[in-house]
Design a protein around this ligand. Structure first.
Ligand SMILES: [Zn+2]
Ligand SMILES: [Zn+2]
Length: 298
């Protein structure tokens, strides 16, 4: 059992609250970017000590025996549990987690700053690995993109940030993090991209991103839900361009990223809300009223 210190708010929480995901377990406590302190350990749990700071992500449990788990693709497990969706999450003072799916955060001094790493960071990292390439476009410059832009820059890659047309505040935020170019999602980048990652839940961005990537380039859809993708001409897919999606995360993604984030000097931009104002945080996310990530603090 973990006493919650901070829980970031993800767009997936909006999809849960709006009933856009299949087979929800109701009632459910949302929230899957949890940072807190261990207050009690179940029988046989030796990996953690009481008082230790841990992070709890979206992937809450996997079966360990389906074909996906056995092949190392536990993110695709046939019988998973997801924090804040099919088991209770972190919009709470306390949460119970499976110790096998919690991560030590001993080196992270600030729980509010660390919370957005637990999904925007981890699933963003999985998208980033799938994307590859030197010139990377990020469609939707919110919590995930603002973290990945810093990692990409640290790795010597170029980031092109695409926001809602006319969103000068998000474009300024992107430029402050060292992106090479920032503009509206209706604009073409100054050079063809090697890859693009779409974080905004907007299907119309798929053909736009395809038109922005070079021959052989990839478009990675990072969200759990997206509006329908409009029909588009085959010629923007041709020349071996690829469209793919990312689902969930593996524990390996988490271990990798939680080691990289401090090395890359990732600093998250956060807006803190007391837990009782969770609905306000969700509304502000829906309307794009803050930069970076909203974080709830009990
Ligand atoms: Zn999330
Ligand atoms: Zn499984």
């Amino acid at each position: 059992m973990v006493e919650v210190e901070a829980c970031a708010v993800c767009r997936t929480d909006l999809h849960v609250v709006d009933g856009e995901l299949p087979e929800p377990r109701l009632p459910v406590v949302p929230g899957h970017e949890i940072v807190g302190r261990v207050v009690a350990l179940g029988a046989g749990v030796t990996a953690f000590q009481p008082g230790q700071r841990v992070g709890i992500p979206w992937l809450g449990h996997t079966c360990g025996c389906c074909s996906y788990c056995r092949e190392g693709d536990e993110n695709l497990c046939d019988r998973p549990l997801f924090t804040g969706y099919t088991r209770d999450g972190g919009f709470a003072t306390h949460v119970v987690a499976d110790a096998h799916f919690a991560f030590a955060l001993d080196g992270f001094a600030d729980p509010v700053a660390a919370a957005p790493l637990m999904c925007a960071g981890l699933i963003g990292w999985r998208c980033f690995k799938k994307a590859g390439g030197r010139r990377i476009g990020l469609y939707g410059f919110g919590a995930a993109a603002h973290i990945l832009a810093q990692v990409a820059r640290w790795q010597g890659r170029e980031v092109y940030a695409f926001t809602s047309p006319g969103d000068a505040a998000a474009q300024a935020h992107a430029r402050s993090l060292g992106v090479r170019w920032a503009g509206g999602s209706d604009e073409a980048p100054p050079e063809p991209l090697d890859a693009a990652i779409i974080f905004a839940p907007v299907g119309a961005l798929v053909p736009r991103a395809l038109a922005a990537v070079r021959k052989g380039g990839r478009v990675v859809c990072g969200g759990i839900h997206m509006s329908d993708i409009p029909a588009f001409p085959y010629r923007i897919l041709w020349e071996e361009r690829q469209v793919l999606s990312v689902a969930n995360l593996t524990r390996e993604d988490a271990v990798e990223f939680l080691a990289i984030a401090p090395q890359a000097g990732v600093r998250t931009t956060t807006t803190v809300y007391p837990l009782e104002r969770a609905n306000e945080a969700l509304a502000d996310l829906r309307h794009g009223r803050f930069q970076g990530a909203a974080v709830l603090v009990p």
